[in-house]
Design a protein around this ligand. Sequence first.
Ligand code: HMG
Length: 393
Amino acid sequence: MTKVGIEKMAFFTSGYYIGMDELAKSRQEDPNKYKIGIGQMQQSVIPASQDVVTLAANASDRILTAADKEKITMVVFGTETGVDNSKAASMYLQELLGLRKEARAFEVKQACYGATAGVQMAIDYLTLHPDEKVLVIGADIARYGLQTAGEVTQGGGAVSMLLSTNPKIVEFEGKSSFHSENIMDFWRPLYKKEAVVDGHYSTNVYIDFFSKTFDDFQTKYSMTVNDFKAFAFHLPYTKMGLKALKTILPESNNVDGLLSEFEASKKYSAEVGNLYTGSLYLSLMSLIANSKTLQVGDRIGLFSYGSGAQGEFFSAKVIADDEARTVIKNQVDELLAKRDSLTTPEYENMYTESLTADSNDHQNDSLPDTAKFTFGGVKNDKRLYKRFGEIIE
Ligand code: HMG
């Protein structure tokens, strides 16, 4: 069978975050509810100068060479924070990155599952077209609203993945179990910028879908929890992944090992918050970068969940050697270390401004944004993007 997997991956988020001590104090909550009960330490705050296109472009720009761009014949953009009801975000991305035009470029939506749909599509495509490469994006801005129960689980950013038949990070095994059902746990009607959520119900459905898909996977492939060295989960908040993991620990003969791998996998999400489509892949990056024990050849299990709802459990083998792991670690650690922290009023202003960032005929320049790609505003119903601060005509 053709070997297919992730050759390169990169993460990008905004230069701003709010700490959970600060948010808890402003919401008259015990900080331990946010830090231990929910499992979040910081939350990325996305200013009006970034949208999913620029988040994705800034992430992708960190990894793609001219030779990669020549080989990319499919661009799949997973998002539930689309910038247009008709046009796919991948079209803007293709231009910003200078990708070749002889490509299929489109957007995929199913809540937080979109990027996984892209990954699975890419695996099938590359099996038939082994000389080509596929760019898969998971980019979102998670918004629940100020002073809501979901506020502590907001966040945003993009993970960009280059899939090919020359994987350097993980190789997919082509083994997968999935489950879908019409469920009202979390959704965002067309007229809303913020999600509608039945929070406690959504956590129960997440666990239920994890159990269904993991049980099916074990039966289908005659495996048990003990065939996995680690698991990476979609992490809407890090305690959610821990709750799912705990349901399978009674069958494990390596409980401490799995818990310690989980600590490694949740590190980045605890500092960024929910990425929606990118979340599972940020946990994968975090696991690869921060695990002290993961070895080349180890099998990991990945659980993707998108409300509404779609679940998928699939497996991969680690390929990243120490050098590849250090590259990922340095890349994400440096990005997170250079962010500025916000007070609650600063966060609230930035949040409120970003809600109106899509209105017609305006420029987004209230704050300096040093990222290479920024969203410049809207003119005559057309989105304006900037490269190094200059509008791209
Ligand atoms: P809440 O009702 O404010 O919190 O909302 P709670 O009262 O349930 O407390 C949360 C936890 O903190 C509890 O622990 C408390 O015991 C603990 P648990 O019982 O869960 O283990 N706690 C404390 N711990 C230490 N010290 C304290 C303390 N006080 C309380 N002093 C909720 C929580 C997650 C429901 C809310 O934030 C929410 O609605 N979030 C958004 C929905 C969500 O993230 N759902 C996850 C599953 S759905 C999903 O993953 C899909 C999604 O990503 C969207 C997509 O697919 O596009 C969301």
